[in-house]
Design a protein around this ligand. Structure first.
Ligand SMILES: [Zn+2]
Length: 119
């Protein structure tokens, strides 16, 4: 299947990330862990090799918490969460669907909930 390029940007546009995926919306979720509840993003799940940082890597900051130590990335200028590396699926990133301008973020009426609280 053909891979489509999708651009993900933080709010100030310092960070530009390209996702090359055949269907970026084939797997999406919300998570109920203490961090995800506060940031509130709907996330798509992509393979590590489908994500490339095009610009602004030096402006990304990483946050880890708790015992499981997933790496969560944010723009150090505008504070927007862009993506994180899953620890339950180390071959995958979760990305912030709100950072993709050509996706209608409000079309997601029923979003599966990932049990992050229980891990
Ligand atoms: Zn930014």
């Amino acid at each position: 299947m053909n891979k489509k390029k999708t651009l993900l940007e933080c709010h100030c546009k310092k960070i530009k990330i390209e996702i090359q995926s055949s269907d970026i919306l084939s797997d999406f979720t919300r998570c109920d862990c203490s961090l995800c509840i506060k940031r509130g993003s709907i996330m798509a799940v992509v393979l590590l090799e489908e994500l490339s940082i095009l610009k602004g890597e030096e402006s990304l900051i990483m946050y880890k918490f708790g015992k499981n130590q997933a790496s969560h990335y944010f723009c150090s200028i505008c504070g927007i969460y862009t993506h994180h590396r899953s620890f339950t699926s180390p071959n995958k990133y979760c990305i912030n669907l709100g950072c993709i301008d050509d996706i209608d973020y409000f079309k997601f009426k029923k979003v599966p909930i990932f049990n992050g609280k229980g891990i």
